[in-house]
Ligand binder design. Structure first.
Ligand SMILES: NC(=O)c1ccc[n+]([C@@H]2O[C@H](COP(=O)([O-])OP(=O)(O)OC[C@H]3O[C@@H](n4cnc5c(N)ncnc54)[C@H](OP(=O)(O)O)[C@@H]3O)[C@@H](O)[C@H]2O)c1
Length: 242
């Protein structure tokens, strides 16, 4: 029996960028998009881990780019323009996490969180816009956090950056609607990645969300009928505990 390619590979022929995809949630998203047929470009700062991740995703392209540096972000989208001429999916995933009491949070910690978790979304989305405007099914997905609407102690810089990123995502959702560009925020709770190494208490990793769970939410938003926009997905561990 002939298989229906569009059901098997619902993201066939889509061009996707996932920032911060050398490990963790970004890697799981990139791998899922590739498995559903998309051509995936992944980014991160460190070459070795980026190349190792790229080699695990068929046909993926790795471009080293610090999401906080305007010139590197501009170069990334120049590469995409030359190679593909357009962009269908931008996943703003790159991020950092500082877990410290406010009184010990340095200006460098503050800036690192604001730059990687908020300014990076501004930079990539602005640079990607002309390429997204050439797509018939453009979609921006921002990987935020439950820290975008809930306060946890020892997370001041991270929380400020993610609250800001949710505000930016909501404005983009409104503004880009008229251009046919869909915008979705994914707001995961604690997920089993290197990021949770920061906690100063023992964590039951098996109880946490897994990176593939977040990737499944991204795929669900991307494959929703074109007439619908999944605005926000909040995802938390069902055990309710860390
Ligand atoms: N894990 C959680 O509990 C959790 C929960 C909710 C939301 N999130 C969010 O999910 C996203 C991914 O987190 P994760 O848990 O997968 O973290 P992770 O395992 O630490 O991975 C972070 C990824 O981002 C890259 N990265 C960091 N800074 C970057 C920069 N300036 N430019 C480009 N790439 C950068 C890292 O590679 P390089 O170091 O080589 O650049 C790595 O590939 C973040 O936005 C995070 O806030 C995580």
């Amino acid at each position: 029996m002939r298989r229906n390619l569009s059901l098997d590979k619902p993201l066939q022929n889509r061009i996707a960028v996932v920032t911060g995809a050398s490990r963790g949630i970004g890697f799981a998203i990139a791998r899922a998009l590739g498995a559903y047929g998309a051509e995936v470009v992944i980014t991160a700062r460190h070459r070795k881990s980026l190349e190792a991740a790229r080699d695990k995703i068929p046909k993926a392209l790795g471009v080293r780019a610090d999401a906080t540096r305007p010139s590197e972000v501009a170069r990334l989208f120049r590469v995409i323009r030359r190679r593909f001429g357009r962009l269908d999916i931008l996943v703003n995933n790159a991020g950092v996490f500082t877990y410290k009491p406010f009184a010990r949070t340095t200006l460098a910690d503050w800036r690192a969180n604001l730059e990687a978790n908020l300014t990076a979304i501004f930079l990539a989305t602005r640079a990607a816009l002309p390429l997204l405007q050439r797509s018939a099914c453009a979609h921006v997905i921002n990987i935020l956090s439950i820290s975008a609407f809930r306060a946890f102690p020892k997370c001041s810089a991270y929380t400020a950056s993610k609250f800001g990123a949710l505000g930016l995502t909501r404005v983009l959702g409104q503004e880009l609607q008229s251009e046919g560009i869909r915008v979705t925020a994914i707001l995961p709770g604690a997920t089993d990645t290197r990021m949770v190494d920061e906690f100063d208490f023992p964590v039951h990793r098996k109880r946490l969300l897994q990176p593939d769970d977040v990737a499944a939410a991204v795929v669900a938003a991307l494959t929703a009928p074109a007439r619908t926009r999944v605005e926000e997905i909040v995802l938390t561990p069902s055990s309710g505990r860390l």
